[in-house]
Ligand binder design. Structure first.
Ligand code: IMP
Length: 189
């Protein structure tokens, strides 16, 4: 089965390719000639995922799935949430985003946070969504070199290390995206 995965993020493509069974062949946006930035104007993570998947179907005619992720920090009422990528500005600089978050939490004891991924699948004229959550805490400093985004400052509750200290295989087993993808895969089977 061929499915478009509506992302231009190579990290995510790598992560998800490692998870999908062999009979599902993922096609990238580049493969279908989609090089423009897909609009993400919704105020919610779920809304953005649906908007992206619908865009590919409408403009390119392919069934596809799209994901959207946010980091929700309890003490900040869910911030940065849907704004996670551009928290410190439109440059989408991961280090600046982490610095901003660490500063905001400087004198705050409640470090609870969760990553939330919503995958929207447009298939045979229907839209389905799958949500994956990974709970943990925001550390006081950056640790680890792996991964991307907020990985160096997020410690999932299942581990003593940050996401950036875990291998991709370990991260995928418990990550928000891994959990959402597992639901997608079960649905496709
Ligand atoms: P996106 O919707 O998947 O592009 O994610 C939005 C933003 O959330 C990214 O730019 C990252 O800053 C952050 N993010 C998403 N997934 C992860 C992850 O697995 N680890 C760390 N940060 C992530």
């Amino acid at each position: 089965m061929k499915l478009v995965f509506a992302t231009s993020n190579l990290n995510k493509l790598k992560e998800i390719q490692a998870l999908v069974p062999d009979h599902i062949q993922l096609i990238s946006l580049a493969d279908i000639g989609c090089t423009e930035e897909i609009p993400e104007n919704s105020p919610t993570i779920e809304g953005n995922a649906i908007e992206k998947a619908n865009y590919v179907k409408k403009h390119y005619g392919y069934d596809c799935f799209a994901d959207d992720t946010g980091l929700e920090v309890e003490a900040l009422n869910g911030e940065p949430g849907v704004y996670s990528a551009r928290y410190a500005g439109k440059e989408k600089d991961a280090n600046a985003n982490m610095d901003k978050l660490l500063n905001k939490l400087e004198n705050i004891n409640n470090r609870s946070a969760q990553f939330k991924t919503v995958i929207a699948l447009v298939l045979n004229g229907k839209v389905e969504t799958f949500t994956g959550i990974c709970s943990g805490i925001i550390t006081h400093e950056k640790k680890g070199e792996k991964g991307f985004g907020y990985d160096p400052i997020f410690r999932p509750k299942e581990h003593k290390e940050t996401f950036a200290q875990l291998s991709l295989i370990e991260k995928n087993k418990i990550s928000h995206r891994g959990r959402a993808i597992q639901q997608l895969i079960s649905y496709l089977k």
